[in-house]
Ligand binder design. Structure first.
Ligand code: EPZ
Length: 425
């Protein structure tokens, strides 16, 4: 497995274009199975994107990926209603395909996606909603078999505004005779992107104030669509500039998707200018305290940005604290940042960071996607050489993180897995 080699401790300066949103692309690819021919632009070139394309192919949908554009073509019906176990294991968010397969085939078979390093990640809210919509669900070991005759109208109140459950309900009901109201729905921008994609195929979905209304239609057709920019990738690059000091411009972004995190970066002393599709940030050599950051469903502070902001805070002046309310095991980057000299104390779902000017390079191991990105941010701020192992996690969500940070003048490169063994063994 390759590694990332960073020579950190220098200010960043430059500009980059931000990739399309992974968390919009995945449910939109699932929705493509409901239509016939889709052309989807601005798809990020990620291992998760290609895993989703493999799932579509296993269902009989022809796919093509070229220059960040995906073309799908399904000749009406799916050739299978089953997601191969290997693909379920490769990407737990394959559960997103459950609603689309059940809608098209009236039967769907998946294996339990299981938890991952950030938490147990159950799918009880998905299955409870499906039952309310008329689905029969059998669980045999780690297999889940869903069948449905007629998708029934329902008013579904989600116990938690789950992003995946909201998306799966939209995917199951978009092409049906049912009318669905989701209360306490997730309101992340990626949900609206999925809604707009489905409506561009002829769907009839509207949303607002944590409610989603789906009026099922007879069929969904063809479309050409462009995926929204990735707000978490954007915040990753801004966290790097905040951690190192300097100045940067992000192109192809939607500042309105990250109002609260931008306010927190300004609280840390950065000056931020926003246009319709760009952000310019000027950061002091070290951030001031960010105060208390509490992760919440959108429009609260995004859990996916918690680790990267903690990495920046590790080099801050003064103390910052975090409370992680969304996932139960999302501090796995803490022990790695401590190796660089970061002073972080955790208790339960709370962490307190006492920033320090000097972080020193080390060999680190990524343990999940956003925690891995946080190690890149911290490594860029640490003096000397940092090597990051297990970077496959990072490649799941970032097209080419070393190229993006390289656009800001960072000394970061992908190296062979044997690199560094002699130095750090
Ligand atoms: C989506 O995951 C994102 N993934 C996650 O991004 C993101 O962190 C998360 O939403 C929250 O914003 C994709 O969109 C592919 P949830 P999802 O259902 O849908 C609990 C990244 O780094 N829950 O909103 O799985 C669950 O355990 C990834 O890009 C249930 O209890 O998130 C968690 O604690 C990581 N039962 C909380 O809700 C359920 O049936 C939020 O989960 C479903 C969820």
């Amino acid at each position: 497995m390759e590694k990332l080699k960073i020579n950190g401790g220098r200010k960043l300066r430059g500009e980059t274009r931000v990739q399309g949103a992974k968390n919009a692309c995945l449910p939109i690819l699932a929705a493509a199975a409901l239509g016939e021919s889709c052309i989807i632009h601005n798809c990020p070139d990620l291992t998760d994107t290609h895993a989703a394309l493999k799932i579509l192919e296993s269902l009989g949908v022809c796919t093509e990926f070229e220059n960040n554009t995906v073309r799908t073509h399904s000749c009406g019906s799916l050739s299978s209603c089953r997601i191969p176990d290997g693909l379920m294991k490769e990407m737990r968010s394959s559960v997103m395909f459950l609603g689309a397969i059940l809608s098209k085939c009236k039967r769907a078979e998946i294996t339990y996606p299981g938890g991952c390093s950030i938490g147990a990640r159950p799918i009880d809210l998905h299955l409870e909603a499906f039952r309310k919509m008329g689905a029969e669900i059998e669980e045999e070991g780690d297999k889940i078999i869903c069948t449905i005759d007629e998708i029934k109208s329902a008013k579904i109140n989600l116990g938690f505004p789950s992003v995946g459950a909201t998306e799966n309900i939209m995917l199951l009901s978009a092409m049906s005779d049912a009318e669905i109201e989701i209360d306490n729905a997730a309101a992340e921008p990626e949900i609206l992107d999925l809604q707009n994609f489905i409506n561009s195929m002829g769907g009839n979905i509207c949303s607002g104030g944590r409610k989603v209304f789906i009026k099922g239609v007879k069929e969904l057709g063809n479309t050409e669509y462009k995926i929204m920019p990735d707000r978490i990738a954007a915040l990753t690059y801004l966290s790097g500039i905040a951690a190192c000091g300097g100045m940067g411009k992000l192109n192809s972004v939607r500042p309105e998707h990250m109002v609260l995190p931008l306010k927190i970066l300004e609280r840390g002393g950065s000056e931020i200018e926003c246009g319709d599709d760009f952000i310019i940030m000027k950061a002091p050599s070290r951030p001031k305290s960010y105060g208390k950051i509490i992760t919440l469903p959108y429009p609260g502070f995004p859990t996916d940005a918690q680790a990267i902001f903690m990495a920046a805070a590790s080099r801050g002046r003064g103390k910052s604290s975090f409370k992680e309310n969304i996932f139960e095991n999302r501090f796995r980057h803490v022990s790695e940042i401590r190796k660089l000299g970061g002073r972080i104390e955790t208790e339960g779902n709370e962490a307190e960071i006492c920033g320090r000017r000097r972080l020193r390079g080390e060999v680190l191991t990524a343990k999940d996607l956003r925690g891995g990105a946080a190690l890149v941010v911290a490594g860029l701020a640490a003096k000397g050489e940092t090597i990051i192992e297990n970077i496959g996690y990072i490649d799941r969500g970032y097209e080419n993180i070393e190229r993006s940070f390289g656009d800001f003048g960072a000394e970061i490169a992908r190296v062979d897995e044997s690199y560094g063994r002699e130095i750090h063994s």
